[in-house]
Ligand binder design. Structure first.
Ligand SMILES: [Zn+2]
Length: 173
């Protein structure tokens, strides 16, 4: 049994709450029970749980392309209250799409001797795909849950899943 980690990407108010700055709407709300269940199950199995959240500066360059969201220290950047966060979980901030770019995630995965990373959260074709790509490049096995990820639209969601499986060897389950 490989040592596993579950990375929960961007399940924050700005993406998941109806009042969030860049809300996914119903598609986002729909994955919350699945994600909460995955967290509980994998934690019970001894997996490392990592919450990977946007933690932008208010002037982040990403805001040239997206409305401001996930600004460090704001309500929008907080993990939604529906998810069970334990004191032993890791919470990692990121400022780019990939969870491995200029974050503490790589160090956590190395320290915990992780071989396989499971991904849930948003958005399928953006942060999930970029993170899956970088994990693949670094030799990790990657599993993405079809019912545990969502995107700003259904077309990008499907395209993202298909591309991750085809190009990055991601196991889509
Ligand atoms: Zn962002």
């Amino acid at each position: 049994m490989p040592t596993q980690a579950l990375v929960v990407a961007d399940m924050i108010n700005d993406f998941l709450d109806p009042a969030g700055a860049l809300t996914l709407g119903e598609a986002g709300r729909a994955i919350i029970p699945f994600v909460a269940d995955r967290i509980r199950k994998m934690r019970a199995q001894g997996a490392v749980i990592v919450f990977l959240n946007d933690a932008h500066d208010s002037e982040d360059l990403e805001f040239r392309r997206f409305p401001p969201h996930g600004v460090k220290g704001t309500w929008g950047a907080q993990i939604i209250p529906e998810l069970p966060v334990a004191p032993t979980d890791e919470v990692v901030g990121k400022t780019h799409f990939s969870g491995l770019l200029k974050t503490g995630l790589a160090e956590i995965l190395q320290r915990e001797n992780i071989a396989e990373v499971h991904l849930v959260g948003v958005c399928t074709s953006i942060c999930i795909m970029e993170t899956a790509r970088d994990l693949d490049l670094n030799g990790y096995r990657v599993v993405v849950y079809r019912d545990g990820v969502a995107d700003l639209n259904q077309e990008d969601h499907e395209w993202g899943l298909e591309r991750m499986a085809r190009l990055f060897g991601v196991k889509v389950v």
